[in-house]
Design a protein around this ligand. Structure first.
Ligand code: FAD
Length: 405
């Protein structure tokens, strides 16, 4: 029987002490943030993650607790309740640090936070009027309000530019009619960023972006999806029936909504890469711990080369994904174009997370297939990272268009 030499096993031990903060040489303030997020996630989310998944119910209280630590307003300027990362051009990197830690423990809380910060708050902060920002952002920064992002419709997924939800101008108001599908956080979000059609004369230039409070007359929640993974986060249809909003709730100019949606998705895709890196890291850590204690054929399964190579590949892919994620976040923080880099990070990280989850289940053997162990949940949670905020096929289109024109 093959006997693994000591040297072949030792590198695995290094993975256990892997400290991304040190590896990445992050600035001191981000290392402190990472410590806060890690401690919060381990102490508050470990049990909640299992409960949310089993009950298919989001724990709003635990999200509010996370927000009370300042972890939900990281992408915002201090004047609206941010923690100063926006001013030091570290906002997207700070979001990545926290999202990796949160998603490592609970991907349902992770997606809620990613949508709240990277899609809702960032878009309003970048494109909204001072009046609207002053009215909404302080509530969003403290977690008093949760934000959601409404782009997809039944007939408009990858081809989001074909959306039909309509916003008709009527004096000083817009009247919204139509429905949005697959909306993360819909039932417990307080405020939505909604892309709606203001003109039929052009496909994408006929779309505008609006802030819509859920409390407005004419807003209701439709079908709740029963999902494979991220079951703790609610995904629902949002219906607009003659919903009147003030014209001042328009963000950017009329006809700029699709540009806003795509620009916002660049940041969102960085957030989803952080989600994938977090899930992948959880798979790696659990697989290492399990492989070092499970014995078969009279030795730890970590001593078998077949297991070692799966663990090595997981670690290499997750580290590579993290590097791509921070490259995209750094570019976005510097105000530089990053559509290609964000798409590459999301594409690579989501595929790395799925491979890591598949191999983690394999390393756990029969136990990997049981709900007693978390890898079964990681496997179900990882899949969505290849689908939302643009499928892997759409990311490949974005990257190849940037390369080939
Ligand atoms: C759990 C969950 C949460 C979500 N949260 C939100 C949210 O908060 N807000 C929101 O607006 N949306 C949300 N979505 C929607 C999500 O972004 C879409 O599901 C996604 O963009 C894919 O669209 P689709 O489902 O219509 O698939 P389709 O666009 O119908 O795609 C089906 C298949 O065809 C492929 N395909 C499509 N076009 C091409 C092409 N040109 N070339 C090659 N292949 C192609 C796709 O890659 C995919 O494999 C969520 C979805 C889920 C499942």
């Amino acid at each position: 029987m093959y006997e693994a030499p000591e040297a072949a096993i030792n590198p695995l031990n290094k993975c256990l002490t892997m400290e991304p903060a040190v590896d990445m040489n992050l600035p001191e303030e981000l290392q402190l943030l990472q410590k806060t997020a890690r401690e919060f996630a381990e102490s508050e989310l470990t049990k909640a993650a299992r409960e949310m998944d089993e009950r298919e119910e989001f724990n709003v209280d635990v999200f509010k607790k996370l927000a009370s630590l300042g972890l939900a307003g990281l992408t915002l300027p201090e004047q609206y309740g941010g923690a100063g990362f926006y001013e030091s051009k570290l906002a997207n990197q700070a979001a990545c640090v926290v999202l990796e830690e949160v998603n490592r423990v609970c991907a349902s809380t992770g997606v809620t936070l990613s949508v709240h910060m990277s899609l809702f708050s960032s878009a309003l902060n970048k494109w909204g009027s001072e009046e609207l920002k002053g009215r909404v952002l302080p509530k969003v920064a403290t977690g008093e309000w949760i934000g959601a992002y409404c782009l997809s419709e039944a007939g408009a997924g990858s081809d989001a530019g074909s959306l039909t939800c309509a916003a008709k101008k009527d004096g000083n108001e817009y009247v919204l009619n139509g429905s949005k599908l697959w909306i993360t956080s819909a039932p417990y979000a307080d405020v939505y960023l909604v892309m709606a059609r203001t003109s039929d004369s052009h496909k994408t230039r006929g779309i505008s972006a609006f802030i819509v409070e859920r409390s407005r007359k004419g807003v209701s929640i439709g079908k709740h999806e029963k999902k494979m993974g991220i079951r703790g986060s609610s995904t629902c249809e949002v219906l607009f029936d003659n919903c009147r909003i003030p014209a001042s709730n328009l963000i950017g100019e009329e006809g700029k909504g699709f540009t806003i949606a795509l620009d916002t998705l660049d940041g969102g895709r960085i957030g989803i890469s952080a989600q994938a890196v977090g899930i992948g890291r959880a798979c790696l850590e659990d697989a290492i711990a399990y492989a070092k204690q499970r014995e078969q054929f009279g030795r730890k399964i970590a001593e078998f080369q077949g297991v070692q190579w799966m663990i090595c590949d997981m670690a290499a892919r997750i580290d590579a994904a993290r590097l791509l994620m921070y490259r995209a976040a750094t570019l976005r923080d510097a105000g530089q174009p990053c559509a290609k880099e964000a798409a590459m990070a999301k594409l690579y990280a989501s595929e790395a997370a799925n491979k890591a989850a598949k191999d983690a289940v394999q390393i756990f053997g029969g136990n990997g297939y049981s709900k007693e162990y978390n890898v079964e949940r990681y496997f179900r949670d990882a899949k969505i990272t290849e689908i939302y905020e643009g499928t892997s096929q759409i990311q490949r289109i974005v990257v190849s268009r940037a390369l080939l024109g």
